[in-house]
Write a protein that binds this ligand. Structure first.
Ligand code: NAD
Length: 371
């Protein structure tokens, strides 16, 4: 580690409802409608509950900085700019991704109900956060979906074989809803770890796993500080040295589907983001499983899951899990024991609340648990 953060800071635990109320209050002070504040709070706290603290309430300081820079626009709605039946192009106008993506999915689900399928090309949304949230929205309505996302103009990941940051952490997500069981839900950044996880590791004074980062000179490192302060290093693509071409290749496809196909923009010298905004584009394909001639689809899925999970486990592994299971386990544990937030992140959120218009007294009351 190249700094003096040697003491492991305490993790505080908060009941999810209290976190939601605090987040709602912050954004209502900033000027969001109650509905917008609610969608933002639900999304951020749901990310924490799923175990993805990288996309939870710790994002608030970044959103606050983006709003102050007049990038993040409050109270915007998804605008359909082209409608050709099974293909919708939607512009987010840099509105809250938590609102824009929610509305875009609602429009896509309605259209897929009529036509069996809808491809939603969403562009210019402010950060749409944990993509699994949007696949879950589709799955709750009974729809299969897959999502290719770009992080426009915000390169953090080195291309396979390269040594500097050229590509966003471009997540891919897909969900398969099941009868009487939770959906199978795959949702990951195409980088070795999500950028936000390096922020959380930095705030918690922990190293990141080996194979996830290189420093500014292209040398492997486990120090998350290389993503937080100059000279900046890069994330590596998912797959590491043995198969990083796979994470890299999927990131390229996410960039083109999420940033070019929908009339948005990709990352290159002319589009580099110079503000705290995070701009996402997303291609979502929403499919009605009932539209196929496949009466046995659920039984086939069940049989496959049973078969896979019966694999004898490797040393140190409790059980084979399906995609989506770790998030469900985290949800159960955190609903019961509270959402962990480190003291540094908690302090940053309180500072952001004040910058967004909350009085110091009120922010202190929320932070102390008496808000
Ligand atoms: N909006 C953006 O710009 C943006 C950018 C990057 C990432 N993200 C989000 O960041 C979040 C975190 O991404 P990540 O790459 O750190 O996720 P991750 O590495 O934790 O991988 C998560 C996926 O792998 C599955 N998984 C994890 N462990 C498993 C196991 N032992 N067995 C079976 N399946 C397992 C999970 O169910 C999930 O589908 C995601 O929700 C992603 O959407 C968003």
């Amino acid at each position: 580690m190249n700094d003096h953060r040697s003491v492991h800071p305490a993790l505080l635990r908060f009941p999810p409802e209290r976190l939601r109320a605090y987040v709602r209050a912050i954004w209502e002070h900033a000027g969001s409608t109650p509905r917008e504040a609610e969608l933002v709070a639900d999304h951020l706290v749901a990310s924490n509950l799923a175990g993805h603290d990288s996309h939870g309430v710790g994002m608030i300081p970044r959103y606050a900085a983006s709003a102050r820079a007049n990038q993040l626009q409050l109270n915007r709605h998804a605008q359909v700019v082209r409608d050709v039946g099974a293909v919708l192009t939607i512009d987010g106008g840099l509105g809250f991704g938590q609102v824009i993506a929610y509305e875009a999915m609602e429009l896509g689900i309605e259209r897929a109900k009529k036509l069996g399928v809808c491809a939603v090309g969403l562009r210019n949304a402010h950060h749409i956060g944990r993509i699994g949230h949007w696949a879950e929205q589709c799955a709750r309505a009974g729809f299969v979906s897959f999502h290719f996302v770009n992080v426009a103009g915000d390169p953090l990941v080195a291309p396979f074989g390269g040594t500097d940051r050229r590509i966003g952490t471009n997540p891919f997500c897909a969900a398969f809803p099941r009868d009487g069981a939770p959906p199978l839900l795959l949702d990951f950044a195409t980088s070795a770890v999500a950028y936000g996880k390096t922020r959380v590791a930095y705030n918690q004074r922990k190293p990141v796993p080996e194979g996830a980062l290189i420093d500014h000179a292209g040398k492997p490192t486990v120090d998350p500080a290389v993503m937080q302060m100059p000279p900046f290093g890069s994330l590596l693509p998912a797959g590491g040295a043995a198969s990083g071409h796979k994470g890299y290749g999927l990131a390229v496809i996410c960039e083109l589907f999420g940033g070019a196909l929908n009339g948005g923009y990709t990352t290159h010298a002319d589009t580099l983001q110079k503000t705290p905004a995070i701009v996402n584009g997303m291609l979502s394909v929403i499919v009605d499983p009932r539209a196929f001639d496949a009466m046995g689809a659920q039984q086939e899925a069940d049989a496959f899951v049973e078969w896979v999970k019966a694999s004898p486990v490797a040393d140190g592994v409790a059980q084979v899990q399906m995609p989506g299971e770790p998030e469900r386990r985290n949800r159960v544990e955190r609903e019961t024991n509270g959402v962990p937030v480190d003291a540094e992140t908690w302090r940053q959120i309180r500072d952001a609340a004040c910058e967004l218009g909350m009085s110091a007294d009120e922010a202190a009351r929320w932070a102390e648990g008496t808000g």
